[in-house]
Design a protein around this ligand. Sequence first.
Ligand code: TMO
Length: 314
Amino acid sequence: MKRLTNKLVAGILAVFLAAVSGPALAQDSSKPIRIPTHNWSSQVVMAYVIGGIFESMGNTVEYVPADSQTVYEAVRNGDITISHEVWQSSFGKSFYNAMAKGGLIDAGTHAAATLEELGVPRYVVENNLCPGLPAWEALKNCPEVFATADSGGKGRILEGPQSWHGDLMPDRIKALGIDDKYVVKFAGSADAIWAELASAKKEGRGIITFNWTPNFTDADGFDFIEFPAYTDGCRIADGGDGSCGSPKGWLKKAANYKFPKTHPAAYTAYTKISFTTKDIGQMAALVDIDKMSHEDAAKAWLAAHEDVWKPFTE
Ligand code: TMO
């Protein structure tokens, strides 16, 4: 009878402990979580922000400079653990290709909606430098407003680095029949775009650049050109004729399929991470306006916004 009671008490205790401690989760591996860094500010700051969140939970992290297209293959095969800024327009295809091959999983979507598109600073529209903008047809009538020393008399469209989305913009202006009036020049870096925007603004000069939102430029006023609406399959890479603008897109998070098993707590937090347009604009602005290093920007952002990120870890 006594033995039976002891067993019963032990059993009840076990049930009780299981109930208060929740399902038994394995501990996160001590192996580092490998986070990629690319060549635009919010992505790098967010890498350190997410790394800081993982570190606050006792994990170790490593930062890996990576190409923003081939990173999806690296996540798929486990060389890199996550990709935390999957922009639909530039990277949706590579993301889904890697998923189809197996090994890459969708770990959710940020709150921020995105657009990656050509546009002009607000003063170009306000000062009517090219009447009819932001409708794309207006471009036909004022290539000279956007001409530069190296554009051979045509209007210059300053595109980002070619590594972001290849020949999307040269293909587009050809498909729209304005390649006789405009030429696409690839910038060597995001910083080269910001430098050109700053000097054009100083001179009150017309300029067309690739840009995106969320970004630090949201605060200043940047008007995206309204091209024919994006539809699934409209791009040349997807079998279309290429005469369409960019999608009003999503911003996703990708992970290697083993991440939930190797680091269950970090993975759970990662699935909850969701940054807004404001969050991402702030991360970029700390670098591109306040001129902080990416790491310091992340530290400052984490210190100032515990209310945003702590709940992701709970
Ligand atoms: C991927 N990007 C935000 C630079 O368009």
